[in-house]
Design a protein around this ligand. Structure first.
Ligand code: AMP
Length: 195
């Protein structure tokens, strides 16, 4: 059986942010994933940066999989034009399913939903539930204060540099995608279904 396309799970804002650079970055990411013949997995919404990533990937013929809980779907925020839209019961099912469909994770600028998804999948990686790479895609120095705080956490003895090194931070889309592909893990992470 041929190996399915490399699949990138994108976490990003359901809002566009206050600068045009964020939407531009989301469009570059969606297009770049699609132009590589890769697949996007994301939260299934059509608003904000989420919609920008999905639309850009679809515009170059990429397969885009959305996973959305029933409650958000009922608020009519689901994207109607995706290759697949899975409507699941709970947020937990959603995040697990997104992770199960992913070979790599990218967090773009976003708010609390994005933070939660990033920190959860990073914790799962640290605890060896999966071995897939995680990237932070930056624009306008958005992530810099958080990276500064994470460095402080290492200095203060609550994290170690190995944990921090699990995040690949970059502001250049193609370079980040190359890094994630180089750092890809095993085709099947045995413990994701045990979360
Ligand atoms: P936030 O960063 O708070 O805007 O939340 C965005 C992240 O949380 C996305 O990566 C989604 O997976 C999830 N999310 C939050 N709001 C929505 C929404 N209205 N529709 C779909 N997913 C959402």
């Amino acid at each position: 059986m041929p190996h399915p396309a490399f699949s990138v799970c994108v976490y990003c804002g359901s809002r566009p942010g206050s600068r045009p650079a964020y939407a531009a970055l989301a469009q570059r990411l969606g297009r770049a994933i699609g132009q590589r013949g890769w697949q996007v997995v994301y939260g299934g919404g059509r608003a904000g940066l989420m919609g920008e990533v999905a639309d850009a990937a679809l515009s170059v013929g990429a397969r885009v999989i959305g996973v959305i809980p029933d409650s958000l779907m009922r608020l009519e925020v689901g994207h109607a034009g995706l290759s697949e839209l899975h409507v699941v019961r709970t947020m937990h099912e959603r995040k697990q399913m997104m992770a199960e469909h992913a070979d790599a994770f990218v967090a773009m600028p976003g708010g609390i939903g994005t933070f939660e998804e990033l920190f959860e999948v990073w914790t799962w990686r640290h605890l060896n539930y999966h071995d897939r790479p995680i990237g932070l895609l930056d624009a306008e120095g958005y992530w810099a204060p958080m990276v500064g705080f994470l460095t402080r956490s290492c200095q203060e003895g609550f994290m170690d540099s190995g944990q921090l090194a699990m995040l690949s931070v970059d502001d250049e889309v193609e370079r980040l995608l190359d890094t994630l592909f180089t750092r890809r893990g095993s085709p099947r992470s045995p413990m994701l279904d045990q979360i």
